[in-house]
Ligand binder design. Sequence first.
Ligand SMILES: Nc1nc2c(ncn2[C@@H]2O[C@H](COP(=O)(O)OP(=O)(O)O)[C@@H](O)[C@H]2O)c(=O)[nH]1
Ligand SMILES: [Mg+2]
Length: 304
Amino acid sequence: MNSQASTELFRCGIVALLGRPNVGKSTLMNGVIGAKVAIVTPKPQTTRHRILGIHTDTSRQIIFIDTPGIHKGGKQLNRNMVRVAYAAAGEADVLAIMQDVSIPLDRGTRALIERFADGRSPQPRIHVLNKVDKARKSALLPRLAEMQRLDPNAAAFVPVSARKGMRVDALLDELVKYLPVAPPVYKPGWYTDQSQRQLAAEYVREQIFLAMQQEIPFQTAVDIEAFRESQTGVEIEAVILVGGERHKPMLIGKGGSRMKSIGTKARRGLEILFGCHVNLKLWVKVDPGWFDHPGKLHDLGLGG
Ligand SMILES: Nc1nc2c(ncn2[C@@H]2O[C@H](COP(=O)(O)OP(=O)(O)O)[C@@H](O)[C@H]2O)c(=O)[nH]1
Ligand SMILES: [Mg+2]
């Protein structure tokens, strides 16, 4: 029978998305899923914890683990983020190691590739050369050659543009080859492991990252204090934790204008994601050093 045959060939497994901050890991995952399950901004270190994005079709379920970028940083938060990325690699059936080919190969990327190259990681590795839309054509072949030198036994090297969706299907076909034949773990229709509460916090954080400059985004966290379903949709109350007293007025803006704009944009995104009316209330609270405090990080789901 047809359904029997497709069950037998069904593949399901975990792909860890690894790479330096800002190479496009979250963009790729959202594009494949078709919904913004991981927030994306031009700033590094946007993704703070491990996020699952689940892609299911008739023959496969690919469970992506989007990870915080692998980077250096002295704070407890940074150390937790890097630990999360390495732990994700340990859980995966295949590693998708991503780099940005629109910029020259940097030392951090090289070190990352060497860290996972032959003999050091048991899983097959697929190198994803992202942002080809922005890269010079003449740069691609030398880059591929260099990758082959760095990791000669990699399973594949796939140039893509996550943002434009170029060659992403080819990448999926390549990844699926290394997933076990197994039934789906998640029901079709599930696309992330995050709760609506967590997604709400992330959408607010995304707007803060987009609106604010310098160190403020990196010293900000969002805590959802209430999440209620109402007759018309959902009501959300969120507290924005900032690292310093002087950050508060900057975040609030003149006459509350900045806070209002952050709230409106986050609300609009959430309404698309949830498919219902969203009422979002935001407060700002000063909490110096939250990012270096293990207990607070645990409460915010950033324990690593
Ligand atoms: N031009 C171009 N920009 C991209 C591409 N993929 C991601 N970006 C941009 O790169 C930035 C970082 O992307 P993000 O997905 O947050 O990177 P992550 O830190 O690795 O998760 C964002 O501004 C994206 O819009 C791509 O294929 N082409
Ligand atoms: Mg990310």
